[in-house]
Design a protein around this ligand. Structure first.
Ligand SMILES: C[S@@+](CC[C@H](N)C(=O)[O-])C[C@H]1O[C@@H](n2cnc3c(N)ncnc32)[C@H](O)[C@@H]1O
Length: 410
């Protein structure tokens, strides 16, 4: 079943320069080759998202585009730590409490982007007399290099891991990482049958015929979103989460859930702070959210076509925090807190940091307050973003959740 095709860019997207266009073509050819080799010419969407974001040398996170930046034309999107160092400074109190309760100095940051969070958090921990053993696990070699350059000047004890540890005690942090893990796409047809969505090649014959021609003279691959009957596993999963709704399309992040379950095998004592945009399951699969949560970001323009610029645009889905909590419980962890980003940062001391600023430096103060408002405002990141803490072996209530804890809504 043919669901949609990527014929043209949504209005208002900036045009591609020559380098971006040739990167896009290389990525399209790579994806077309993979689709031609897939069973039935069908690449499950989860796999498309994986290649589009992480294919070595070509994927969005694995190649050299700027990605992060708080304003156009720099990068494609921004994150809390990129907006302001006060994000990391506010986190420091909570991280310090987890380290004290777990009796270690180990911090493991997963998916550290440009290293912005570590660059703010490590000095803030130093001010609390903590010299953390800071570890980073980053899947993107390009970002790992950027982190190494940025954090090298901190003279801090930072180590880069090649894989998840098998045994860890301390504090784990993942800011906007679960949303960047490849998700599966599904929809219900008019008869109420569940379909798994994937990507097919619309001009497969032309691609086959032009396989030996130089890329620039052959027709570029054209992709379309196609559906096939969902397998038993997906059917069973979704039947537990929502009733069939003909025409409804959404996502399920099986990989992120597996990651959370696995966390339970290696986090032996301590807590993980998971910060991301998302909601509990009831809201995630709300009947009115009929197009799901899939979003793409290209140079600060958001749109919903994941087939458009593979390798050049970010592709992301919101986090189903109920599914993440269930997976953590299955992994033997406890849910230690769940609240909005605004509430968490205020509980952790962000307002106290602001009141400590020099009141006579009006220009400096204004520069700091704008980004902090973005972090806290309900209309921006304050409410859509949530913080969930999961862990084991801690016997203190975490300070970030002392008021406004919403675990009962999960
Ligand atoms: C949206 S960016 C967020 C970066 C950073 N945490 C921030 O807030 O600015 C997602 C990051 O997670 C990394 N990533 C995605 N999946 C990962 C995984 N399974 N393990 C480690 N890093 C991952 C990406 O390469 C990227 O650095």
């Amino acid at each position: 079943m043919n669901m949609a095709r990527n014929t043209s860019a949504p209005a208002g997207l900036p045009s591609l320069d020559i380098d971006s266009a040739s990167h896009l073509r290389a990525m399209q050819d790579y994806l077309a080759y993979r689709i031609q080799g897939s069973e039935g010419g069908f690449m499950p969407f989860e796999e498309w998202m994986h290649h589009a974001l992480y294919a070595p040398g070509l994927g969005y996170y694995a190649a050299g585009s700027t990605k992060f930046g708080s304003e156009a034309p720099e990068g494609d999107f921004t994150t809390g730590p990129e907006l302001t160092p006060l994000f990391g400074q506010a986190l420091a109190g909570q991280v310090a409490q987890i380290l004290a309760a777990s009796g270690t100095k180990n911090v493991l940051e997963v998916g550290a982007g440009t290293g912005a969070l570590a660059a703010a958090l490590i000095p803030a921990l130093n001010l609390l007399d903590i010299r953390p053993q800071y570890q980073i696990l980053e899947v993107s070699p390009e970002l790992r290099e950027r982190q190494q350059q940025r954090l090298g000047s901190l003279h801090a004890n930072v180590q880069w891991l090649k894989a998840l540890p098998s045994d860890f005690k301390g504090c784990v942090i993942a800011n906007e990482v679960l949303d960047a893990m490849p998700a599966a796409l599904f929809s219900w047809d008019d008869a109420g049958n569940l379909l798994e969505l994937g990507v097919g090649l619309e001009n497969a014959a032309a691609q086959q015929a032009g396989a030996d021609a130089p890329a620039e003279s052959s027709e570029p691959p054209r992709f379309n979103l196609v559906g096939r009957p969902a397998d038993e596993h997906l059917q069973a999963l979704m039947s537990r989460r929502m009733p069939p709704l003909p025409g409804y399309r959404s996502e399920v992040n099986v990989q992120a859930e597996a990651w959370m379950r696995q966390l339970g095998t290696w986090l032996k004592k301590g807590a993980a702070l998971l910060i991301d945009y998302g909601f509990p399951q009831r809201e995630f699969y709300h009947p009115q959210r009929a197009e799901g949560t899939l979003m793409c970001h290209f140079r600060h323009h958001a749109h919903a076509d994941p087939l458009l610029y593979p390798g050049l645009q970010d592709i992301t889905t919101h986090v189903d925090f109920t599914a993440m909590a269930d997976a953590a419980l299955e992994g033997g962890l406890e849910i230690l807190g769940y609240t909005s980003q605004a509430r968490f940062l205020m509980n952790a001391g962000l307002i106290e940091i602001l009141t400590g600023l020099d009141p006579h430096d009006a220009a400096g103060y204004a520069k700091v307050v704008g980004p902090v408002q973005k972090l806290l405002s309900e209309a921006e990141m304050g409410e859509l973003f949530k913080v969930m803490a999961v862990g084991r072996g801690l016997d203190v209530p975490l300070m970030g959740f002392t008021s406004g804890d919403r675990r009962d809504r999960l």
